[in-house]
Design a protein around this ligand. Structure first.
Ligand code: GDP
Length: 196
């Protein structure tokens, strides 16, 4: 699959407004500011495809991009905004879990985390829900350019060791939108899910 051919498809304010549950989807999730939009733009080689640096606390849409006929990347709203009321956070968490559980066309989950602050509670929840839904999970440790080589490798080892206990099919890799680190490998894995 040529990710550079990705096109914006549509946005949904809520899980219930997503397009018909046919074809194949891979979802992208992460705390706000984890570098999710940047990663999508890097993978598709399109600077403005996913919007970066969204205003925290604003209601966010689920954005869908088509990389090939019937094959979509789903940009889920970032989680973990400090300013969002607890009730709304809980509602979103529930909706996300439900999406992972019920969406038939979903074939994989990408969880992005800033490599300097990996595996926060909400990240762990996402990964566990993905596994519970029987999805393969790709964990991208983003902004890898921000850490020194030895620290980066230690983080990678530590995260791999920690997620091993979750069971399931989890791949962990370093990623940098700035440097292109991990781009090819991530695309290879996601393409595999989209075409399986
Ligand atoms: P999102 O909220 O998860 O979509 O995060 P964004 O993609 O908007 O990125 C949040 C911030 O991190 C922005 O200021 C980006 O420029 C920065 N950022 C994202 N990816 C990288 C990266 O690979 N390296 C560095 N150094 N900064 C990054």
């Amino acid at each position: 699959i040529d990710f550079r051919r990705a096109k914006y498809l549509t946005s949904a304010p809520d899980i219930s407004f997503l397009p018909a549950d046919v074809g194949v989807e891979v979802a992208f999730a992460g705390r706000s500011n984890a570098g999710k939009s940047s990663a999508l733009n890097t993978m598709t080689d399109q600077k403005g495809l996913a919007r970066t640096s969204k205003t925290p606390g604003r209601t966010q849409m689920i954005n869908l991009f088509e990389v090939a006929e019937g094959r979509r990347l789903v940009d889920l709203p970032g989680y973990g905004f400090a300013q969002v009321p607890l009730e709304m956070k809980k509602k979103w968490q529930k909706a996300l879990a439900e999406y992972l559980e019920k969406r038939q066309c979903l074939q994989g989950l990408v969880v992005l985390m800033d490599c300097r602050h990996p595996l926060k509670d909400l990240d762990v929840n996402m990964i566990r829900w993905g596994i519970a839904a029987d999805l393969p999970v790709l964990v991208l440790l983003t902004k890898a350019d921000k850490l020194k080589q030895n620290v980066k490798q230690k983080t990678l080892r530590d995260v791999k060791a920690e997620v091993k206990d979750f069971g399931g099919d989890i791949t962990v890799q370093l990623f940098s939108s700035l440097k292109g680190t991990g781009r090819g490998e991530a695309i290879r894995i996601i393409s595999g899910w989209l075409t399986a």
